[in-house]
Design a protein around this ligand. Sequence first.
Ligand code: 13P
Length: 250
Amino acid sequence: MRRPLVAGNWKMNGSRADAGKLLDGIFQGADSVDETEIAVCPPFILIPLTADKLARGSNVAWGGQDLDTHTSGAYTGEVSGGMLRDYGCTFVIVGHSERRSIYGEDDATVASKFKVAQEHGLIPILCVGELLEEREADQTETVVARQLDAVLELCGIESMEQAVIAYEPVWAIGTGKTATPEQAQAVHAFIRNKLRELNSTIAGGVRILYGGSVKAANAAELFAQDDIDGGLIGGASLDADEFLNICRAG
Ligand code: 13P
């Protein structure tokens, strides 16, 4: 049985004061969420505050939104996996579509970020997903398979024992256009079946999250699908009540 996971990706939002209020709200409400594992991924600069707020007995984990492929050294502006671990991060998002499209991260870079995350004891949340034109050209499975293969070839199927996958169709991110539960389930099943060809036990255990305009109003229907094990939440994770209601739908 896979335990559902709901992770908030705050992206580049929030002052220290905003984050403090949001974290207090999540902390207070998280006790009433039983089954779902909860995580938040704030901007790097808010991770120390997050660690301070959540380390005091909350059941909420935290993580980074990205990390560098290097361990340390002359890489101005970057943050390493070791630094994230030092601040108590459990998770780190790798290959978010905004990193791929705005910052030019290719499949090989994403795969090496996945690898270095695990080397530092972090659980990577590997994002995959197609653009609208790729879906319209019937390329969804080809694109998702290519994104997954880059990681599987570098790290092997065993790496999926300590990883989370997030299917985020790019056309659904921040647009208010959620994939239908059937559309999402079809891609999630494709991902799991692809992993099953390599190792059925690992494929059965890996959590595959859906991301893209998830709200409290549509979460339950999405999370009820056989191969959807929770969500990666952008905009709706900036409101504690809304985010907790999504967690309750897990
Ligand atoms: P939205 O929930 O704002 O669509 O963002 C999804 C996402 O990109 C989470 O990583």
